[in-house]
Design a protein around this ligand. Structure first.
Ligand code: ADP
Length: 341
C-alpha cells in the first residue's frame, strides 16, 4: 500500500525517543549492578547458544526498562517482538507473537501486570516448556492442540510488580528493579543527548537540567528538548546556564523540579487546608481534578521529595514544602480532616 503517512505530535515524540534511546547496554548510563548481572547472563547464554532466562524489570516509568529490553536482543543478535499487557486481552492475541518466535529470540511485554488471568495461563507453559496447549471450539466439540514453540526469552516490564501474580513472577529467572538516577548520572545523559540532538551545552546547564528532572532519564530528555527549543528560538541555539534557567522558568519547572500541577497541589494543601491533614478527595475537589490523577501522577514525587506525608488522617505538607512554597503551616481546622485517605 502506498499511502503517505501524516505525522502527528505523538509520532514525532516517538521519533525523538528513538534518536535518544541508547542502542547498546554499554551506552546506558547508571544502573551499573543491573548492567553487570545482565551482561554476564547475556554472555553466558550466547556461549551456550541457549535462550537467555526470562527477565522481569520493575520500577517507576522512564527509568530504562524498555531501553534494556531493546538493547538485550541486540547484544544477543536475535530479533525482538514487542507487545504490551493492555493489548493482550484474550489468549488469541498472544498466539501470533508466540508462533512468530525464532530460536532464542526475545518477546517483550510492557506493562505485563495488565495481562488478564486467562492470557497469563498460556504464558506459563510457553515460558516453562516452550509449548502452548490451544483449546479450539467449545463443549463436547472442544479439541486441544499442543504446539511446540521455538525456545525464547520473555522480557516483562512493569511499574507495579506487586500486581503480578506469584506463579507468573516465579517463572522469571532474573528479576531486576530499576532505581532512580543520581544528578551526576542524569547530567551525563543530558550531555550525551545534547550531542545526539546536535546542540552545544555548558556543563553547568546540563547539571541544572538534571537537578530539575526528578531523577528520571525520560524527564531529563523532555526538559532538554524544551530548553533546546527555547535556545533555538530566543538566542543562538547554545544552551548556557542562563538560557537553561530562563527556559525552565518559562516551562514552569522550579528549582526542585516541581511543575505547575505539583505546586498547585502544595499550594491548595497549604493555603486551603492549613498544610493538612486533609483527605485526598477534598484536595481533589478543591483543585477540580480527580483523586486518581493526584495519587498516580502528582503525589509519588512529592512523597519521594519529602514535601508531603501520608498519615492515617490524610495528607500533610512538610516544613520543607512550607518553606519552598513560602506559605506557613497553620493546621487544618476544617471538617475535612476527619476524612480518611
Ligand atoms: P521505561 O520503559 O522504564 O518507562 P524507557 O526505557 O522507555 O523507560 O526510558 C525512557 C527514555 O529515557 C529512553 O528513551 C532513553 O532515552 C532514556 N533512558 C532511560 N534509561 C537510560 C539510561 N540508563 N541511559 C541513558 N538514557 C536512558
Amino acid at each position: 500500500m502506498n499511502r503517505e503517512k501524516i505525522l502527528g505530535p505523538s509520532d514525532m515524540a516517538d521519533d525523538d525517543d528513538r534518536t535518544l534511546r541508547p542502542q547498546r547496554m554499554a551506552d546506558m548510563v547508571g544502573q551499573r549492578e543491573v548492567f553487570e548481572r545482565l551482561s554476564i547472563a547475556v554472555d553466558a547464554a550466547g556461549k551456550r547458544e541457549e535462550p537467555l532466562g526470562h527477565i522481569l524489570f520493575d520500577g517507576p516509568p522512564g527509568l530504562g526498562k524498555t531501553t534494556f529490553a531493546i538493547c538485550i536482543p541486540r547484544e544477543l543478535g536475535v530479533p525482538v517482538e514487542m507487545s504490551s499487557g493492555a493489548a493482550l486481552k484474550a489468549p488469541k492475541d498472544l498466539i501470533p507473537y508466540l508462533t512468530n518466535l525464532q530460536t532464542n529470540s526475545v518477546l517483550f511485554i510492557d506493562e505485563i501486570h495488565r495481562i488478564p488471568a486467562a492470557v497469563e495461563e498460556y504464558l506459563y507453559t510457553a515460558m516453562e516448556d516452550f509449548r502452548i496447549d490451544l483449546v479450539l471450539g467449545e463443549g463436547i466439540n472442544a479439541r486441544t492442540i499442543n504446539m511446540t514453540l521455538q525456545p525464547f526469552t520473555l522480557i516483562g516490564a512493569t511499574t507495579r510488580a506487586g500486581m503480578l501474580s506469584a506463579p507468573l513472577r516465579d517463572r522469571f529467572q532474573l528479576r531486576e528493579h530499576l532505581d532512580f538516577y543520581s544528578d551526576d548520572e542524569l547530567s551525563e545523559i543530558v550531555l550525551r543527548n545534547a550531542s545526539k540532538l546536535q546542540v552545544s551545552i555548558d556543563d553547568d546547564a546540563a547539571m541544572e537540567i538534571a537537578r530539575r528532572s526528578r531523577s528520571t532519564p525520560r524527564i531529563a530528555n523532555n526538559r532538554l528538548k524544551c530548553v533546546r527549543d527555547y535556545a533555538t528560538s530566543k538566542s543562538d541555539g547554545h544552551i548556557s546556564l542562563e538560557i537553561a534557567n530562563k527556559a525552565l522558568a518559562m516551562w514552569d519547572i522550579d528549582t526542585l523540579g516541581l511543575d505547575k500541577q505539583d505546586r498547585r497541589y502544595l499550594e491548595t494543601l497549604l493555603r486551603v487546608f492549613g498544610g493538612g491533614p486533609a483527605g485526598i478527595e477534598s484536595i481533589a475537589h478543591t483543585m477540580n481534578t480527580s483523586a486518581d490523577t493526584l495519587t498516580d501522577e502528582v503525589e509519588p514525587f512529592l512523597l519521594r521529595s519529602e514535601l508531603l506525608i501520608r498519615t492515617p488522617r490524610g495528607r500533610s505538607a512538610t516544613l520543607q514544602a512550607s518553606t519552598h512554597m513560602d506559605i506557613p503551616i497553620t493546621g487544618n481546622t476544617g471538617d475535612n480532616q476527619k476524612e480518611l485517605f
